[in-house]
Write a protein that binds this ligand. Structure first.
Ligand code: XMP
Ligand code: MG
Length: 178
C-alpha cells in the first residue's frame, strides 16, 4: 500500500467486480443501440477504459474536461469546460462516465451542457457516489458503489494530481491534505 494512505478501500479485484456489474446493466439497457461514451477527464480515465472494454454495445468514445477542483478537496461550484467533445451527439444516446459524484456541481454542469445538443438521451454513470455531500439535485443512472464522506485516491482519482496511477482505491491520510 502507498505510504500516504490510511487504508485500501477497494482492491483491484473488487474494482473489477464493480465495473463488471455496472457494464452488465449498461449492456442490457442499451442493447441494440449505439452509444457515445463520454469520459470526464482526468479522474475517470481508468474506469472509462475498463468499462468500455466490458461493453458489448457499439460505442464511440469521447472526452470532456471540466475544472472545479484545484489543490483543495472541495468542489468550488465554479465549473468551466476546459476540453470539449468532438463527436456530433445530436440524435445519439450519450453516457457520461465520471469517477465520483460528490457535490454534483461538476456533473450537473456537464450534463446540462451536453443536453444542449439535441441528444436522444444523456445519462450519467459514476463509479463512486457520495450522496451525503450532494448540493445539486442530481443522481447517477448507473453507480458502482456508494461511499461515506472520505477523500479517496487511486484508480484515476487524485489529490493534487498525485496517486492517479494506483491500481486500487484508498483513503488518503488526513495529514496529507490538512
Ligand atoms: P463535484 O463535487 O463537482 O465533484 O460532484 C466531482 C469531482 O470531484 C472530485 N472528487 C474527488 N476526487 N477523491 C478525489 O480524488 C475524492 O474523494 C473526490 N470527491 C470528489 C472528482 O474529480 C470528481 O470528478
Ligand atoms: Mg473528476
Amino acid at each position: 500500500m502507498h505510504k500516504d494512505l490510511e487504508k485500501i478501500l477497494y482492491t483491484e479485484k473488487e474494482i473489477e467486480e464493480i465495473v463488471s456489474r455496472v457494464a452488465e446493466r449498461i449492456n442490457k439497457d442499451y442493447e441494440g443501440q449505439h452509444l457515445v461514451l463520454v469520459c470526464v477527464l482526468k479522474g475517470s480515465v481508468m474506469f472509462f477504459a475498463d468499462l468500455a472494454r466490458k461493453l458489448t454495445v457499439d460505442c464511440r468514445l469521447d472526452f470532456i474536461a471540466a475544472s472545479s477542483y484545484g489543490k483543495s478537496t472541495q468542489s468550488s461550484g465554479n465549473v468551466k469546460i476546459t476540453k470539449d467533445i468532438t463527436a456530433d451527439i445530436s440524435g445519439k444516446h450519450v453516457l457520461i462516465v465520471e469517477d465520483i459524484l460528490d457535490t454534483g456541481n461538476t456533473l450537473s454542469y456537464i450534463k446540462e451542457y451536453l443536453s444542449g445538443f439535441s441528444a436522444l438521451s444523456v445519462k450519467l454513470c459514476a463509479l463512486f457516489d457520495k450522496p451525503d455531500r450532494r448540493k445539486k439535485p442530481i443522481t447517477a443512472d448507473y453507480s458502482g458503489e456508494t461511499i461515506d464522506d472520505l477523500f479517496i485516491v487511486g484508480y484515476g482519482l487524485d489529490y493534487d494530481e498525485q496517486y492517479r496511477n494506483l491500481p486500487y482505491v484508498g483513503v488518503l491520510k488526513p495529514e496529507i491534505y490538512q
